[in-house]
Design a binder for this molecule. Structure first.
Ligand SMILES: Cc1cc2nc3c(=O)[nH]c(=O)nc-3n(C[C@H](O)[C@H](O)[C@H](O)COP(=O)(O)O)c2cc1C
Length: 158
């Protein structure tokens, strides 16, 4: 299985990368699993501005940087999304990235891992509303971290 872990924060001093490393460390216990880290900081996508919704546009002209992201999602069998909660939702950079997808998440399981002072509960709730639009299937059980991540997970994800 090819498991992708999306880091949903590009903020300076972010902690989502620690959470993602923790998930990756845990995933190493899974048999026959290749873990791929997909850090949104590595994909400098512009704000989505295509003329037609990607799912209805087989001839789309996609931004080259966004294509890199889309091509990274396509071969995955399953995805973990690590998301912070900003102002009662998930991050704008994550929404922008998701809007570039057409069918790359279709019929694929997605595990949500959220963090924030309320455990990222509203980020999870909003992602559960959005991801079915991309055909993804979210695990009903999300991981929600209410502790300050910097206090409980090291930079190495321990
Ligand atoms: C602009 C901003 C808004 C935030 N709003 C919320 C919020 O509405 N609910 C919440 O639980 N946490 C909120 N937080 C806390 C973050 O979710 C929390 O610190 C998270 O671990 C940050 O992840 P990051 O460092 O990877 O960006 C907010 C943080 C920032 C920077």
């Amino acid at each position: 299985m090819k498991l992708g872990i999306i880091i949903g924060s590009v903020r300076k001093e972010r902690v989502s990368d620690r959470v993602a490393k923790w998930v990756a460390n845990e995933a190493q216990n899974l048999e026959d699993t290749e873990v791929v880290m997909i850090d949104l900081i590595d994909y400098k996508m512009p704000f989505f501005d295509e003329a037609v919704s990607p799912q209805y546009n087989p001839k789309r002209q996609i931004d080259p940087e966004a294509k890199k992201f889309v091509d990274a999602i396509a071969p995955l069998d399953a995805v973990v999304i690590v998301t912070p909660e900003y102002n009662r939702s998930y991050s704008a950079v994550l929404k922008n990235a998701l809007d570039y997808l057409d069918f790359q998440l279709s019929k694929k399981p997605v595990q949500l891992v959220a963090h924030g002072s309320t455990g990222g509960a509203q980020a999870v709730s909003h992602l559960r509303a959005v991801l079915p639009g991309l055909g993804a299937i979210t695990n009903p059980t999300a991981v929600m971290i209410t502790d300050r991540v910097g206090n409980i997970i090291s930079e190495e994800g321990e």
